[in-house]
Design a protein around this ligand. Structure first.
Ligand SMILES: CC(C)(COP(=O)(O)OP(=O)(O)OC[C@H]1O[C@@H](n2cnc3c(N)ncnc32)[C@H](O)[C@@H]1OP(=O)(O)O)[C@@H](O)C(=O)NCCC(=O)NCCS
Length: 191
């Protein structure tokens, strides 16, 4: 039997799960996404972006899946308690294919702050790259000052915790529906 060659629409993930990473595969994928973003793309680090905070960090991830089986980590962020009740977020990264359309970054921040609140957070901070200041301000963060991180200008920002709720079960996490369809050029690359 012959079939005409009908161009198929590229496959698009429509959702992902945002949760605490617990398995080896999840942590390895998160590390590899961080390397792609902070070493290869932004060149903030030469070889590795690992530092002392990784030893006791909680890593949150966004995973897409196929037929219910996770197939890729497309977003990550880590959180650390730096003093009693005081938490810090860092290494927020979304796969370039999923940026500015899916809402993953926003929901990773929500889950990061929510997880910290569940663990007793009383204040939450981050050093934010200048080009992302407006993004954090839209999520209710305010600038406390300016700092240099790895020789690059950053703003030191604090989350308004009144706008966030504790995450009821960070290990299980939550489903995140992409807020917009991915633009065709992104989904074509992904197919
Ligand atoms: C910064 C980053 C995490 C944002 O994640 P994202 O998934 O692209 O963002 P979202 O889709 O959740 O964006 C939510 C909204 O904020 C907007 N937004 C995203 N990045 C923004 C920025 N840098 N400045 C202003 N607005 C921004 C989006 O357009 C979207 O707007 P909408 O609700 O009107 O559609 C992502 O771009 C990224 O990984 N960048 C490279 C690594 C990086 O810079 N990490 C942060 C270090 S501080």
């Amino acid at each position: 039997m012959m079939f005409d060659a009908v161009p198929a629409d590229p496959f698009q993930h429509g959702e992902c799960r945002i949760k605490l990473a617990d398995g080896e595969w999840e942590l390895r994928q998160a590390q590899s996404l961080r390397k792609r973003v902070f070493v290869e793309e932004q060149q903030v680090f030469r070889i590795s972006d690992f530092d002392h905070l990784d030893h006791d960090a909680y890593t949150l991830i966004a995973t897409t899946s196929m037929l219910g089986i996770p197939d890729s980590v497309v977003g990550t962020v880590r959180i650390n308690q730096t003093a009693r009740g005081k938490w810090q977020g860092s290494r927020l990264a979304v796969d370039a294919m999923y940026r500015h359309s899916s809402g993953i970054g926003k929901d990773l921040i929500k889950m990061a702050v929510g997880t910290a609140l569940t663990l007793g957070c009383e204040s939450f901070y981050a050093n934010v790259q200048l080009q992302n200041q407006a993004f954090f301000e839209r999520l209710g963060w305010c600038v406390l000052g300016h700092v240099l991180v790895e020789g690059l200008d950053h703003v030191f920002m604090q989350a308004n915790l009144n706008l966030y709720s504790p995450a009821p079960d960070p290990n299980h996490g939550c489903f995140h529906l992409f807020s917009k369809a991915l633009p065709p050029e992104k989904s074509r690359n992904k197919a």
